[in-house]
Design a protein around this ligand. Sequence first.
Ligand code: CTP
Ligand code: MG
Length: 251
Amino acid sequence: MNASGAVAAAVVPAAGRGERLGPGAPKALRELGGVPLLVHAVRALARSRAVGLVVVAAPADGVAEVVALLDSHGLDDKDIRVVAGGATRQESVRLGLAAIPEEVGIVLVHDAARPLVPVEVVDAVAAAVRAGAGAVVPAVPLADTVKRVEPNPGHPEPVVDTPERATLRAVQTPQGFDRATLVEVHAKALAEEAAGGADVPPVTDDAGLVERYGGTVVVVPGHEEAFKVTRPLDLVLAEAVLARRRAADAY
Ligand code: CTP
Ligand code: MG
């Protein structure tokens, strides 16, 4: 691996169960066009010349299975490593980060659940970090209007306010970071949790940790095909996108 210079490493959190997708295998191992989501996601990253190493955080009881799976899809390159993930996405990312060699200065974090991210998005995020940004997220404008509510499941929920839609973005991955920045905020979050910070709200992305500790995050254009496979309908959409790509260029 060429881990030096401007080449980035990517961490792929893939240890989730995929509860919102419904019963079945862990989400990263569910198939899209006959190929596991994780394999699509790793290939999408490996396609970028900016990425020199991919570290997959697999379900803790499925490391050997994931190694075999990547091998069987021709991803047995030395530049792909598999570690055991954790109980939360945040922990999985932290464990993946720990497996990246010291000299790598740029880290991308990409959800296994975003199998169809175009390589242009990967390249653009890496380029923005290389150009000096400490934290970069790809994002797209929202189609729906968003309301903040007082959550009260099972009952009508009072609306608190309506943020102006034009100022909102739906954030995707890969998110890109200066490695030292990302390692530092993950360590801080871990220390805060260990100190009993039960009132610390969970973050759902890594850039959120950078924001929490006062860092600056910038947005670059994402892509509608970088959507996250979360619910069953997302899998239907992903199959359609993949079929369109395969028809267009023997993908
Ligand atoms: N993830 C992880 N480790 C966890 C939880 C999530 O590595 N303990 C990963 C998932 O595998 C996924 C990404 O984080 O690639 C985004 O999370 P999400 O879409 O929420 O996936 P799941 O947690 O698997 O799904 P759900 O929340 O519906 O159970
Ligand atoms: Mg989840």
